[in-house]
Write a protein that binds this ligand. Sequence first.
Ligand SMILES: Cc1cc2nc3c(=O)[nH]c(=O)nc-3n(C[C@H](O)[C@H](O)[C@H](O)COP(=O)(O)OP(=O)(O)OC[C@H]3O[C@@H](n4cnc5c(N)ncnc54)[C@H](O)[C@@H]3O)c2cc1C
Length: 512
Amino acid sequence: MKAVIIGSGIAGLTAGAYLAKHGFELTILEQNPDIGGVTGGFRKDGFYWDMGQLVLEGFGPGEQVGTILEELGLMGAIRTVRADRTYVFPDITIRPPEVYAGPWWRKEFLKERFPGDRKGLERYYKMYMRFMNLVTIARQAERSSGVSGLLKKIKLYATLLPFVTKIRWSAQRMAQSLFGDPKLRAIFISILADFVVRPSQFPGLGIPAVNPEPAFDRRVPLEVSSTGKQPSYRFIEGGCRVLVDALASAIRRQGGSILTGIEASKIRIENNRARGVQCADGGYYDADLVLASGGAREVFADLVGGDHLPEKFLSRMERLPLMESILMVHLGINFDPRPWQRDAVCYYYRTYDVEAAVDHLQKSLYHEGEDGFLIYIPTFFMPQCSPCGEYAVTVYTIAPNTLTHGTWRERKVELANRLLDYAEGIIPGLRAGATQKIILTPEDFRKGTHLRHHAFGGCAPVMGTKGAPHRTPVKGLWFIGAQSESGAGMNNVIEGSWRAMRMIFKELGINM
Ligand SMILES: Cc1cc2nc3c(=O)[nH]c(=O)nc-3n(C[C@H](O)[C@H](O)[C@H](O)COP(=O)(O)OP(=O)(O)OC[C@H]3O[C@@H](n4cnc5c(N)ncnc54)[C@H](O)[C@@H]3O)c2cc1C
């Protein structure tokens, strides 16, 4: 069978690796001159920067992505190292202790800082353990069948039962019910600002999912109980590009082709079935199967067109809640920044009011770095990504797609400098010591991803909503990627492609 995939991001490459492995005649179409989408990274004068991906969840053996890489025979091609992140708030820093203090050091540390919330912290960590058990069982159930699958499902519902009364609680309500101190609440929900979702819109039961303890200390063991496992957090040695190249090589080895500089402009549909893909350069690719990644609005409204889709479906796609974009400055610097930032990944939160920060972003009011930013120094764990004695540094913050005053093109340098003013409050001399400087604005990201609205992590995880379904109303047309039902993040996008492939293969009677 012939298959065409639109987009060579991590979603398209993962799906492509499965299709090529199972003998499909595969063509991947990519509008950019290079492959990889936002995971392609880039190189200049001996430096390598990832596009902003930090510590990645679930890449270890037997984990969410690890299992898929094992299935594709690619685990050996990728080396990962466990890693963690540091949170810096205006008057609290959460950083792994120099001497390992056990798996629950964060609980004890927070109890000391917030003695009035000791009971709430105990309750939170009880919920955390049950949540990790639940996720572990859910994953096992998804990959089991027959009697074993049935038993796993029963166990899953039994573990879920104590959560049922809180299933509709928002993160704001959950945090308020657990903790009296607003600063402590912010510590557990601050990451929602990065997702551009208000705590009042995010599921309360999702709080443990965005605060796995191994993300805060690489030494924490993954087992939390006899059933439950927490995800590991890792850097890919050599950056995300290594994964992109491994997937692309696997596809090419099996005869698949990846064409760059080719923009898909229309998906041809006859009798409600996808038949092929028309490209902007006039080329046409016949297909029995079309998988599209990228933007849901762009794919369904522009490439498919309203004539082929139910109105209700199209209007749902138009209303999908999307995240906002990023203002990013990649630097190469000629001095060791360790005296000022000793950890590779540091989030600098400058407000405890997450609800207000997200509200402003959703209204296109850009905080210019005032609400927070992060500094990532990959050279600390990956010396090969900069010339000897120099350091690759990335500074970025969440930014709205459009500004209320002026355009990103007009204000690029001014707003990058404003962000670097804040970053220099942490690491002095960043600009004076810079041998490289690359600024990427939301406008650049929109162009590079072929999106009208760049959403850095795809659909925003708003309670009661879901991204675009993998199975579309058009036969033979499937949707994958960050704006699909998989949800955001490398781990979810990769798993989403695996799920879509499982549905496709089941329909075609192919054993995965
Ligand atoms: C700055 C930043 C930081 C991030 N940090 C993290 C992190 O720390 N951890 C984490 O897990 N995730 C992170 N993510 C999210 C994660 O990287 C993405 O969700 C994921 O890589 C998206 O993959 P994708 O294949 O869906 O999309 P993309 O990478 O955007 O790929 C889609 C591809 O399709 C192409 N395309 C679209 N339309 C067309 C068309 N019509 N014709 C031809 N080609 C087309 C685009 O050019 C693009 O190459 C981050 C993302 C960004 C941008």
